[in-house]
Ligand binder design. Structure first.
Ligand code: ATP
Ligand code: MG
Length: 556
């Protein structure tokens, strides 16, 4: 049903892997995707997932899913569950069981003891202000802490007592002994462990000290025999620390950290903190609101895994800025849906049409997709009362108008040529009904002696079903909603990002399961809502994307 998978695009990480396989450095590759369970995954994570899992698939290797669960206060089971669901929905499966950095808490503690024994780590009880002062700045070197030369035995004792819960939160840390004068601030004796009495989703209250991310990540990678540890560019300056830790411990292997640029998508935000803010401030209905750039939001909106994977392929992997317009993502989804979504008719803004000569009119059978006869067909019913889209009629048509006007003719999709003979208005002058007649000789045939160019969609009143139709648009109306530090990103929320209308659909969609996708002819692609749609009872459709890029022409 979907278009053929596209050929992989070559990039520098692929080149490194191919060289490593060719030279025999590795016989197979092992990658990992290491999310922190502190929010739902977004389109930026999708890029990283497609890269890590995609490379493993392509080179016959493995990819682990490992939760980086070292900040207990912000992490939750709900987030961890959603992340697993999203990775699977995107079409990937991790190797073996899900892994957790917390699986290695005992091992990490043991490695820290080893570093202390080797004179490479010490317990420091400077206050946070002193720490800052000793650390120096980007232009000035730091100074050694007075605790830097604490004897090994004392460090071992203090570290054990930190673990034992003898000291208050934040009162001391274990630090690596590297170089306070390093031009790279990450190497100025970085903290390895901190004291934090927080309930952990996996280990409960058994620990009151937690390892820092940089220390945890490289060791977890090595313990899992990761070959290529792919991360985003902000970790470039952390790589010397990643390597330092592994070089000073006897690890079974030394994974290579390789950085690539983060995806930034115009007209949206890819910061978990800000997405959380949208949720907590009720700007959206939840993490899976169809306007959210989260994987679960895009899923609910009707985006396909294939469309998102194709987007990841098109944007590529590099070290240079990866700022992409939303239109690229929308185009990938649209192209995917074009071939896979059955086509039906729906009306979002109805105008009543009475056919004055309906006697003897016939209904006609129509296929669900012009290029896919295997999708089947249904009867498109015709009757005396019809609904058309209100904006398909204009009493005073603009130049070039090809839709309906008084005295003009159009083709009703899959049905007759129809002429508008009379316009009925209410007291305020609003058009409330059209009286029209059909040319009985035009069912599936061209009319005699004249050309009718316009084609509009319609529904038969007595056969149509009511449906809630949610017309989604972009959540933000500025390309870089968080581009200006001094302006809160929420000021750029698009006030028209959701318009809920009471529309009508063909009876053919009555029993569609949740998450069924359709093209509503001339309107766009729609998907039955995962949460609120009830087959046969309450029909709820989300607009996934319009048929054309409606933003392109509006931009200056
Ligand atoms: P934070 O660490 O601030 O919570 P994060 O977005 O880095 O946010 P993680 O859960 O640590 O979240 O991310 C998991 C993986 O996804 C990391 O390897 C990270 O580099 C990658 N990733 C996150 N955001 C993007 C993005 N915008 N583009 C590409 N990869 C990303
Ligand atoms: Mg991160």
């Amino acid at each position: 049903m979907s278009s053929n998978p596209q050929a992989p695009v070559s990039h520098f990480i692929r080149n490194i892997i191919e060289a490593d396989l060719a030279s025999g450095k590795h016989r197979g590759i092992v990658t990992r995707f290491p999310p922190e369970p502190n929010g739902y995954l977004h389109i930026g994570h999708a890029k990283s997932i497609c890269l890590n899992f995609g490379l493993a698939l392509e080179y016959g290797g493995k990819c682990n899913l490992r939760f980086d669960d070292t900040n207990p206060e912000k992490e939750s089971e709900e987030y961890a569950r959603s992340i697993q669901e999203d990775v699977r929905w995107l079409g990937f499966q991790w190797d073996g069981t899900v892994r957790w950095a917390s699986d290695y808490f005992d091992a990490l503690y043991g490695f820290a003891v080893k570093l202390i024994e080797r004179g490479l780590a010490y317990v420091d009880d400077l206050t946070p202000e002193q720490m800052r002062e000793y650390r120096g700045t980007l232009t000035e070197p730091g100074k050694n802490s007075p605790n830097r030369d604490r004897p090994v035995a004392e460090n071992l004792d203090l570290f054990a007592r930190m673990k034992g819960g003898e000291f208050p939160d934040g009162s001391m840390v274990l630090r690596a002994k590297i170089d306070m004068a390093s031009p790279n601030i990450n190497l100025r004796d970085p903290a390895l462990y901190r004291i934090r009495r927080a309930h952990h989703i996996r280990t409960g209250d058994s620990w009151c000290i937690y390892p820092m991310y940089d220390y945890t990540h490289c060791i977890s990678d090595a313990l899992e025999n990761i070959t290529h540890s792919l991360c985003t560019l902000e970790f470039e300056d952390h790589r010397p620390l990643y390597d330092w830790v592994l070089d000073h411990l006897d690890m079974p292997c030394h994974p290579q950290q390789i950085e690539f640029s983060r995806l930034e998508l115009h007209y949206t935000i890819t910061s978990k903190r800000k997405l959380l803010q949208l949720v907590t401030e009720n700007r959206v209905s939840g993490w899976d609101d169809p306007r959210m750039p989260t994987i679960s939001g895009m899923r609910r909106r009707g985006y396909t895994p294939e469309g998102i994977r194709e987007f990841a392929r098109r944007i590529g992997i590099s070290k240079s800025a990866n700022v992409v317009d939303m239109a690229v993502l929308e185009a990938c989804v649209r192209e995917d849906l074009e071939a896979r979504a059955p086509r039906v008719m729906a009306i979002v803004n109805p105008l009543k049409v009475s056919i004055t000569n309906a006697d003897g009119a016939q209904s006609r059978e129509a296929g669900f997709h012009p290029n896919h006869p295997e999708f089947g067909s249904r009867v498109v019913p015709f009757s005396q009362q019809l609904l058309i889209e209100a904006d398909d009629f204009a009493e005073v048509p603009p130049p070039g108008w090809q839709r309906l006007t008084l005295g003009g003719e159009i083709r009703l999709r899959y049905s007759y040529v129809m002429r508008c003979d009379e316009v009925v208005k209410d007291a305020s002058g609003k058009v409330i009904e059209l009286k029209c007649s059909i040319d009985h000789a035009t069912l599936g045939k061209n009319p005699e002696g004249r050309k009718v160019k316009g084609v509009i969609h319609f529904l038969s009143c007595e056969h149509a079903l009511p449906a809630e139709i949610r017309l989604y648009d972009r959540l933000f109306n500025a390309p870089e909603p968080d581009g200006d530090r001094d302006v809160d990103f929420s000021t750029h929320l698009n006030p028209h990002s959701l318009d809920v209308v009471s529309g009508w659909v063909e009876a053919a969609v009555r029993d569609a399961a949740p998450e069924t996708r359709y093209q509503f002819e001339r309107l766009g692609y729609f998907c039955t809502d995962r949460r609120d749609h009830r087959p046969g009872e309450k029909l709820v459709f989300n607009r996934t994307v319009t048929l054309k890029d409606s933003w392109a022409k509006e931009q200056p």
